[in-house]
Design a protein around this ligand. Structure first.
Ligand code: FES
Ligand code: FES
Length: 167
């Protein structure tokens, strides 16, 4: 069976794949979307985070969540849409407000962790937005990047950038 999925709106169709290939390996080796990083390779650092969108036929809705691409087998994203940090915004289509806020707060040093941080914050904001009774509080802003590690240890400006979205 062919695998079909989209990354940042670009369609990919693959007729043969090693079943042990991870989504992270595919993205790094076969696409131009290099914002996705291999950090720990075991779900502990958040450097490889992407947004997964999948149609739920029972709810007749597209469900979105952030996933660790290092732990996700490529075969499991058949029929899904993947968004990386480049898909949120880029130099051609303009940066996403999250990117701008990270830049404005000097929340990026070497930049290795930054795309994963942006995906975590995007996902937390989308979650609050989908659940209208739920506000995006300062505490949620702080927690939004709690699964992301920064080896440059510049957490204060990162958290400040996230908190700037709190209501
Ligand atoms: Fe660290 Fe995936 S590379 S969580
Ligand atoms: Fe360098 Fe976070 S900015 S790892």
């Amino acid at each position: 069976m062919d695998l079909e999925f989209a990354v940042n709106g670009e369609r990919f169709k693959i007729d043969s794949v090693d079943p042990s290939t991870t989504l992270l390996e595919f993205l790094r080796l076969n696409t131009p979307f290099k914002s996705v990083k291999l950090g720990c390779g075991e779900g502990g650092c958040g450097a490889c985070l992407v947004v997964l969108s999948r149609y739920d036929p029972e709810l007749d809705q597209v469900k979105e969540c952030s996933i660790n691409s290092c732990l996700t087998l490529l075969c499991s994203v058949n029929g899904c849409s993947i968004t990386t940090s480049e898909g949120l915004g880029n130099t051609k289509k303009g940066f996403h407000p999250i990117h701008k806020r990270f830049a404005g707060f000097h929340a990026s040093q070497c930049g290795f962790c930054t795309p994963g941080m942006c995906i975590s914050l995007y996902s937390a904001l989308a979650n609050a937005d989908n659940n209208r009774s739920k506000e995006f509080t300062v505490s949620e802003a702080e927690k939004s990047v709690s699964g992301n590690l920064c080896r440059c240890t510049g957490y204060r400006p990162i958290v400040d950038a996230c908190k700037s979205f709190a209501t």
